[in-house]
Ligand binder design. Structure first.
Ligand code: Q46
Ligand code: ZN
Ligand code: ZN
Length: 335
């Protein structure tokens, strides 16, 4: 097995490129794919201040590493979600990565700063944990970016993530979500720009990037992710990719090239009008806000209010509950 570029021994086989690469030329390929995504979608410029959403997993640490290597000014933000040992361990990986490289990592703790954690929010609001978690993360990243004077928030979503979300949206023909599934969400009304520079690289490639670059990352999945529909979509796409390498890239990148322009008008119409939340001051979509007596309260402030008033709930309790709910669903579906 030889490197396509230099003919020295290869360390990785990439069937979707019909090629093998040595470590040096594999890293070069990753840098080029990220630079191409940044350029093709006008994600940001070298003058921009970037805030990377860091989870301690391979994708967010790899994208931070790649951006710094490519010469961008990027700080990290880690949110301590209070998901038991998983959160404690993932925070350690993020902090060590930043400390070893002299990078700035900001940390926000749901429990210390807002008085709740993800398992408690799930119980208090009756939402599935990922919904309570996603809302908390979106709000805190937006706020940190605006307060910190950052131009753009970067997330580590990779090609597998985006193809799986696209697959789910297409299975449901959720046209509004399809129209907005773009690698750049422009800044508007107090929300920062949000971009995904890893859309041209896969999960496996990001794991290889971390191994070659000596980046330690948390390998376990979040315990709340079990049963998540996206994992099933990823498995289905992996089976297709195995039979026909390149399927995922042509599916998602083809969507961006040929389908997203067709849906552009729907994306523009779907843009919600926004108002400032009376409590936290953050911009909130009118459809998400609760308005009474002239007071506008965003969904995040409502979630904080209910969750902080609730007795703390353990991760295990929520996991047991979601396992029981899944069993009940299977029983109902099989009748
Ligand atoms: S951290 Fe949060 Fe993910 Fe865990 S609770 Fe769900 S959304 S799975 S990226
Ligand atoms: Zn080589
Ligand atoms: Zn608010």
């Amino acid at each position: 097995m030889k490197c396509r570029t230099c003919r020295e021994p290869a360390i990785i086989e990439l069937p979707r490129h019909n090629a093998n690469f040595c470590a040096e030329h594999f890293l070069q390929l990753c840098r080029r794919q990220v630079a191409k995504a940044i350029h093709d979608h006008s994600m940001f410029s070298p003058e921009d201040r970037i805030l990377v959403a860091v989870s301690g997993g391979k994708d967010s640490l790899a994208v931070w590493d790649l951006l710094v290597e490519l010469g961008y000014r990027a700080d990290g933000l880690y949110i301590a979600l209070g998901i038991g040992d998983y959160s404690d361990e993932s925070r350690g990986y993020a902090e060590r990565f930043a400390a070893e490289r002299g990078l700035t990592l900001r940390v926000v703790s749901l429990r210390d700063d807002y008085g709740y954690d993800v398992p408690t929010a799930a119980k208090a609001t009756g939402r599935v944990p990922c919904s309570a978690c996603g809302m908390s993360k979106r709000h805190i990243f937006d706020k940190a970016a605006v307060d910190g004077g950052y131009d753009v928030v970067v997330t580590g979503h990779n090609l597998d993530d985006e193809a799986a979300v696209l697959f789910g949206n297409a299975l449901r023909w959720d046209v509004e979500y399809l129209a907005r599934q773009l690698p750049v969400l422009p800044a508007r009304h107090g929300f920062p720009r949000k971009v995904k520079p890893l859309i041209r690289l896969t999960e496996r490639e990001m794991a290889a990037w971390c191994v070659i670059r000596g980046i330690d990352y948390i390998i376990e999945e979040c315990p709340m992710a079990a049963g998540n529909r996206h994992l099933g979509y990823k498995e289905a796409l992996n089976a297709l990719e195995e039979k026909s390498p390149g399927t995922k890239a042509s599916y998602y990148l083809g969507f961006l090239d040929r389908m997203a322009p067709v849906l552009a008008d729907i994306a523009a119409v779907g843009a919600d009008s926004v108002r400032p939340c009376s409590r936290c001051g953050a911009s909130t979509g009118v459809s998400d806000a609760q308005v009474s007596d002239g007071e506008v309260v965003c969904a995040f402030c409502r979630l904080v209010e209910r969750s902080a008033a609730h007795v703390p709930v353990s991760v295990d309790l929520i996991r047991k509950k979601s396992r029981a709910e899944r069993r009940a669903t299977v029983e109902v579906e099989s009748r």
